[in-house]
Ligand binder design. Structure first.
Ligand code: 5GP
Length: 196
């Protein structure tokens, strides 16, 4: 099952994903490729695969991505290999993508589950971005402006939730995954085969 999490920058999707992975060894995360500069505390191969623009373009040419997008002036892409690697091994693959990426994954994999995490308020979102201390003030301003645009897309998602508490949204996502596993179209053939 592909579970795509989106939220505005600072909306909490990274920390949510970390907690989900810690609680569920049967879940995996898709590590994206990006041309963005590595932030303090980020590690190549753990947070992202950091490449330069030339390398990214070459990957596009070779058809290595299921989707890629330009976000805040940098390129981000999901390697097809990430999905192949998880297939048959992990129950759930979590992808943290912007709205463009999420919608193109949905087009290619209609059974994927799109979850949008809203901040409690725009004021709180700004506070989190400032507290995170990873971006320059002009970048924060740009990210906030972009957030409003992104939030407009949440209606296209399968689920939407407010990040009031980390524990709360992790619990909700776990419940969604359980419910999705029992969706008729996902499971009926397997269950009927077992009956006969
Ligand atoms: P950040 O620079 O804060 O890590 O990420 C910026 C935005 O890019 C976030 O919305 C994040 O979810 C998104 N993003 C990260 N990886 C990918 C990807 O592979 N594809 C797409 N379309 N967006 C991504």
């Amino acid at each position: 099952m592909l579970v795509v999490l989106s939220s505005p920058s600072g909306g909490g999707k990274t920390v949510t994903t970390k907690l989900l992975l810690k609680k569920h060894p049967e879940f995996a995360r898709s590590i994206s490729v990006t041309t963005r500069k590595k932030r303090r505390r980020e590690k190549n191969g753990r947070d992202y695969y950091f490449v330069n623009q030339k390398e990214f373009r070459s990957k596009i040419k070779k058809g290595e991505f299921i989707e890629w997008a330009k976000v805040f002036g940098d390129y981000y892409g999901t390697a097809i290999e990430n999905i192949r690697k998880a297939e048959g091994k992990k129950e759930v693959l979590i992808l943290t993508l912007d709205v463009q990426g999420a919608l193109s994954v949905k087009r290619k994999y209609p059974q994927s589950v799109l979850i949008f995490i809203l901040p409690p308020s725009l004021r709180e979102l700004k506070k989190r971005l400032v507290r995170r201390n990873t971006d320059r003030p002009e970048t924060i301003k740009m990210r906030l402006k972009f957030s409003l645009k992104e939030i407009g897309f949440c209606k296209k998602y399968d689920y939407v939730m407010v990040n009031d508490s980390l524990k709360g949204i992790v619990g909700l996502i776990e419940k969604i995954i359980i419910a999705e596993k029992h969706k008729t179209e996902r499971t009926v053939d397997f269950l009927l085969k077992r009956l006969s």
